[in-house]
Design a protein around this ligand. Structure first.
Ligand code: G6P
Length: 583
């Protein structure tokens, strides 16, 4: 979703700002722009990629620059709606992540006409109006943020001032310290030349200059910790892979290894999780998208242990009436830790005094900061919009929880995962998967089915597939096929069957017969040969109960290959964003 970056420095501003913008591209966006001061406020904007913006930006003769990648919410992708936005009197220039919920109210109250359809432009003019009256930039910003409803990370330029001002509420914003540069950025990945940073507190505002910074909260100086960036940027670069998505699928064995090793070593965290076990009578797992599918897998594990467990889609959970109280353990799963729907769900859990635990890849995220217990997954940055390695690691975190709740030794799980990793060769699965791309592309209908945990794999497979191939597919439990969707099955239908649970194999075979007798083609993903299948992808020969950790890998690869065969960019699917920071 939207990304913002600001840089102050004496030289190389163009290189630095575009380096940052390129690093933020992974979040998903449809237009981009920069703003700087060169004899007045200047902006350059375009619909399309950062490369395009760079090609029309020849030089930046300025000591300060702010920039933005926009994912359209208020108003479609257009140059007018693209950030930065400049105030009516042309003295203030801003970029904004988040949503100003009361922008229409403010437009009426102050009688401001905006040229764009955005909820951002009003903020620039409002700061200008306040500044004309107060002649105090910080006071003006503070007054404005006190009137704003919604979420915002704002970078602000005032004409004639070589500082970058800022304000934040809910949406993340960081100050970065480089060798001879200062940065402001929505994401630590967007300032690769910063060695240290401050994660700005909520409802803070202030400014950065080349040699100084000030952070305020409600008129008083706010104390902030400066921390090391501590990111291995090589894990955020492509290496020899053509796309991040493929790289990230290939990283799955390492991610599983790093995640389980982390828990084996971290007894303090494991003991904190153990404390929950005796005090809860219900488990609610909450997330969006791929992370929601990891919840569905976790729900099965908790049910097996005798807990009442429910998985909820975060945006629905906020409005539904599922009973929760202090004896409920709410598990929030979010790769980014910044998904707005999941953040709202967390607020509801906290209001009901539930115990909160999150499973996340970003321990400095909003969700992590607001949960009682934080369970990291050790994935390194996930850049491709469609989540892959994070899903496998989230499912592993569910196994870790199962072991802790059952009071079983994590060292035993560690041994199982090590054995699994030895048998998991992603390139072997890739070779098998490639063969079927032509059948996928020629099918009129694609249906994915499975029973129990295999149904969850089918759901995640179908989501991955449609996210990046733009081909419609549906996922359902095997037994549900005959209750409607079977009407779609004919000679042009491909049904992908997840078949990894031996005790359910007979039932799955019945369904395969029903499909074949109607002319449908069957692709089976399984650890056992299946003679009824037209096509087959063999999963590694690992213990059956750990197959949910790997059974989606063939479809992660098939989705990737199909997308590339169609000529699309798998890392940046249309209309989607990596981290959806608006509800
Ligand atoms: C977006 C991404 C999905 C992701 C979902 C939840 O929609 O495109 O890939 O699964 O957000 O993200 P989270 O960071 O909360 O896991």
């Amino acid at each position: 979703m939207c990304g913002l970056v600001g840089v102050i420095g004496d030289d190389n501003l163009r290189d630095e700002i575009f380096l940052g913008l390129h690093k933020l591209e992974y979040r998903g966006y449809d237009s981009a722009g920069i703003g700087y001061i060169d004899g007045g406020i200047c902006t350059i904007k375009c619909v399309g990629g950062v490369d395009k913006l760079q090609s029309i930006t020849h030089a930046i003769n300025s000591k300060v620059c702010i920039a933005h990648t926009r994912w359209a919410t208020h108003g479609g992708p257009s140059v007018i709606n693209c950030h930065p936005h400049v105030s009516a009197g042309k003295s203030v220039c801003i970029v904004h992540n988040g949503i100003i919920e009361n922008c229409d109210y403010l437009k009426n109250k102050y009688n401001i006409n905006c040229v764009s359809d955005t909820d951002t432009e009003i903020v620039a003019t409002l700061i200008e109006i306040k500044y004309l009256r107060t002649k105090d930039k910080l006071q003006s910003i503070n007054e404005v943020i006190n009137e704003l409803k919604g979420s915002f990370a704002l970078a602000i330029l005032f004409d004639g001032d070589n500082s970058i001002y800022f304000a934040r509420n809910i949406s993340p914003l960081l100050i970065g310290f480089g060798k001879d540069k200062m940065y402001l950025c929505s994401d630590v990945l967007g300032m690769p030349n910063a060695s240290k940073y401050i994660d700005l507190p909520n409802l803070s505002y202030g400014y950065i200059t080349l040699s100084d910074y000030k952070v305020y909260h409600n008129g008083s100086i706010a104390n902030c910790n400066i921390v090391d960036v501590g990111i291995d940027y090589t894990s955020a670069s492509l290496g020899d892979y053509p796309h991040y998505m493929l790289k990230e699928i290939y990283e799955i064995p390492k991610v599983l290894k790093d995640t389980i090793s982390y828990y084996v070593k971290n007894t303090k965290l494991v003991n904190r999780i153990k404390e929950c076990v005796h005090r809860i009578n219900k488990v609610v797992l909450i997330a969006c998208g791929t992370s929601y599918h990891a919840c569905l897998m976790g729900e099965k594990f908790f049910n097996e242990m005798g807990y009442l467990a429910y998985s909820c889609i975060a945006s629905e959970f906020v409005y539904d009436s599922i009973p929760i109280d202090k004896n409920t353990l709410c598990i929030l799963v979010s790769q980014s830790g910044e998904t707005a729907d999941t953040i709202s769900a967390l607020a509801k859990c906290k209001k009901a005094h539930c115990k909160t635990l999150c499973i996340t890849n970003v321990v400095s995220s909003t969700i992590a900061k607001n949960c009682k217990i934080v369970m990291p997954i050790k994935c390194g940055p996930e850049i491709a919009v469609a989540s892959t390695k994070a899903y496998n690691a989230q499912v592993l975190a569910m196994y870790v929880l199962q072991y802790i709740f059952k009071n079983k030794k994590l060292s035993t799980l560690h041994t199982h995962i090590n054995k699994l990793i030895k048998l998991l060769d992603v390139s072997v699965i890739e070779k098998q998967s490639i063969k079927y791309i032509k059948h996928i592309l020629s099918a009129k209908n694609i249906i994915m089915i499975g029973k129990n945990a295999d149904y969850v794999s089918a759901l995640e497979a179908s989501l991955k597939f449609k996210e990046i191939s733009y081909i419609s597919s549906t996922a359902l439990p095997c037994g549900e096929l005959k209750h409607g969707t079977l009407a779609l099955v004919d000679e042009d239908t491909l049904v992908i069957v997840f078949d990894t649970i031996s005790k359910l194999r007979d039932k799955t075979s019945n369904i395969i017969s029903q499909i074949k007798s109607r002319g449908g083609k069957i692709l089976v993903i399984s650890n056992k040969e299946n003679n009824a299948a037209n096509y087959m992808i063999a999963l590694p020969n690992i213990k059956e109960r750990f197959l949910p950790l790997v059974s989606v890998i063939p479809m992660q690869l098939i989705s990737y290959k199909t997308c590339v065969a169609c000529g699309y960019n798998p890392d940046k699917p249309r209309n989607l964003a990596k981290s959806v920071t608006v509800e």
